[in-house]
Design a binder for this molecule. Structure first.
Ligand code: GLN
Length: 547
């Protein structure tokens, strides 16, 4: 039976609850425990798959094909534990399950209510896989007091009440604002937030207080007194130079010790933090810098490409260089020559994306990288753009394009080198889709195997010929153009096991030009950088040496 840590937030949003949860997971692992992290989101979307990246940041895809909150990406990057479908749930999903059951008649004529029907559904979800790990860390999205969040708070209160004493603890994140006029850190918002939490029956065991100044002893004592915790349970969370410093920083502040104390685990096993010392050393003692241009669409909001930014950082860590990523709006290249923008970069990355806007600019970026011998990594849409570029400029198919944009425009303007896939094989069963299918959850999602050609660049990069990577797309490069493109030097070096779906293309006679239909960034970790990103940055470093 697992022990549970429920993580809630108060005062304001965006305090870094996801990061604190992930860092705590890493620290418990460092003490020899197994962990699983889970996110409960109060919004009404069934999952974030249909939310705009501008609105909600990146959609993180799990191996088992769930489209989840980007916090699950943090969890994986810090713990290395692959998230599952059952690690992310929203009010929308909970309500739709309850309503389905009601329609089926499962409630035997009862009146359906938030308590107990919705809260029971939440509790069932929290307890999935209870026997598999030592600690289950459940983060509740939003802040205490939000209307949507109430059923979740009520559910965790009941859950802890029903478990054995000492099996569940509550950790609450708050903010200590600095008032410059009086030169003080203010504890009142924290007191109020804890009061709010206690009014719904939850008494926090550990308080994590964000502040940009150290917490003076006097304020720490005050928080402890008014919030009914020990002084050692008030953990300072200062701003960090890098998120990967979080496990070490939280350890220094005593977070893991406070949590183990709250469970009365004594003596606490000693932590082994070697992994995180090495990560910090690689980040803070990098030699040199490479500049990577990310030519995309959702460039105003960095969270929209969170995992890519992190994977690039990991690639830098593998090579002990700092990676400076700069975001360039693809649409610019539809009006202007990309050369002045891209010339100063050591590598170009075109990430995934949806819809036609900016795609001609991405094709220009791919052309620039190919013809100027600059390392290029195309991810998902970025691979499709590279294939279209090669079809147009190498194979002379002037109207090559993607069916995705024709569907949107309702016209046939392009020869569909990239087409809408409606039937494919997953493991040993067939999946079928129709054009008019719902938008949510109907893409090719989750982990699929690819076979790499022996002797290809990617086989060398992976050091393997069978790989498994995560997907999230509707369109595919059409295999029928393979011969034509291979004649021109674009090689299809990774294929689905049935040989029908191109998974990887690479340009021969180029220092480093790889397009992948999947999302390698989702599997990269600071302590285990993804080989594609490590090698991409290695190639960028070569360019840096040459210029
Ligand atoms: N829009 C493209 C597709 O659906 C690419 C998706 C992506 O980049 N994730 O195939």
């Amino acid at each position: 039976m697992a022990r549970y840590v429920f993580i809630t937030g108060g005062v304001v949003s965006s305090l870094g609850k996801g990061l604190a949860s992930a860092a705590l997971g890493a620290l418990l692992q460092a003490r020899g425990y197994s962990v699983r992290l889970r996110k409960l989101d109060p919004y009404l979307n069934v999952d974030p798959g249909t939310m705009s990246p501008f609105e909600h940041g990146e959609v993180f895809v799990t191996d088992d094909g769930a489209e989840t909150d980007l916090d699950l990406g943090h969890y994986e990057r810090f713990t290395g534990v692959s998230a599952r479908k059952t690690d992310s749930v929203s009010s929308g999903r909970i309500y739709s399950t309850v309503l389905e059951k009601e329609r089926r008649g499962d409630y035997l004529g009862k009146t359906i209510q938030v308590i107990p029907h919705v809260t029971n559904e939440i509790k069932d979800f929290i307890g999935i896989g209870d026997d598999e790990v030592d600690f289950m860390l459940c983060e509740i999205g939003g802040t205490v007091g939000d209307i949507e969040g109430l059923p979740f708070f009520e559910a965790i209160r009941q859950f802890a009440q029903e478990k054995a004493r000492g099996q569940c603890i509550f950790m609450h994140l708050t903010l200590l604002p600095w008032i410059a006029a009086s030169g003080e850190l203010k504890t009142k918002p924290t007191q109020h937030s804890v009061k709010e939490l206690r009014s719904i029956g939850i008494a926090p065991d550990v308080l994590v207080c964000r502040s940009d100044k150290p917490i003076p002893e006097k304020e720490r004592e005050k928080i402890a007194l008014f919030c009914n915790v020990r002084k050692e349970d008030v953990i300072a969370a200062p701003d960090l130079r890098s998120i990967y410093e979080a496990p070490l920083a939280y350890h220094r502040e005593g977070l893991d010790q406070a949590v183990l104390d709250a469970f009365s685990i004594s003596p606490a096993p000693k932590p082994n933090l070697d992994r995180w010392e090495d990560v910090a050393d690689r980040i803070f003692n990098a030699e040199g810098e490479v500049r990577v241009a990310i030519v995309g669409k959702y460039t105003q909001l960095e969270d929209a490409y969170k995992s890519i930014a992190e994977a690039l950082t990991h690639g830098g860590m593998a090579n002990r260089v700092k990676v400076r990523s700069e975001w360039i709006e693809a649409e610019i290249f539809e009006r202007e020559d990309p050369a002045p923008y891209l010339e100063g970069f050591h590598a170009i990355l075109v990430p995934g994306g949806f819809g036609e806007r900016g795609t001609e600019g991405k094709i220009k970026a791919a052309e620039f990288a190919r013809t100027r011998n600059i390392p290029y990594l195309g991810i998902c849409l970025g691979m499709q753009m590279a294939v279209i570029e090669a079809a147009r400029n190498l194979a002379g198919m002037k109207t090559a394009g993607s069916e995705e944009f024709d569907h949107e425009a309702g016209k046939k303007r392009f020869e569909p080198v990239v087409y809408h896939l409606k039937e494919w094989v997953q493991g040993n069963h067939k999946v079928a889709r129709k054009v008019e299918d719902d938008k949510g959850g109907t893409m090719r999602l989750g982990a699929y195997t690819a076979h790499l050609s022996p002797g290809s660049k990617v086989a060398e990069v992976y050091g393997d010929t069978v790989i498994e990577e995560r997907h999230r797309h509707r369109y595919e490069v059409d295999i029928k153009y393979r011969d034509k493109l291979e004649e021109q030097g674009m090689c299809f070096s990774g294929m689905s096991p049935d040989g029908r779906l191109p998974e990887i293309v690479e340009v021969k006679d180029h220092p480093w030009f790889i397009g992948v239909q999947f999302h390698p960034e989702l599997k990269s970790k600071p302590f285990a950088p993804h080989p594609l990103f490590s090698d991409f940055i290695r190639a960028a470093k070569e360019v840096e040496r040459l210029v």
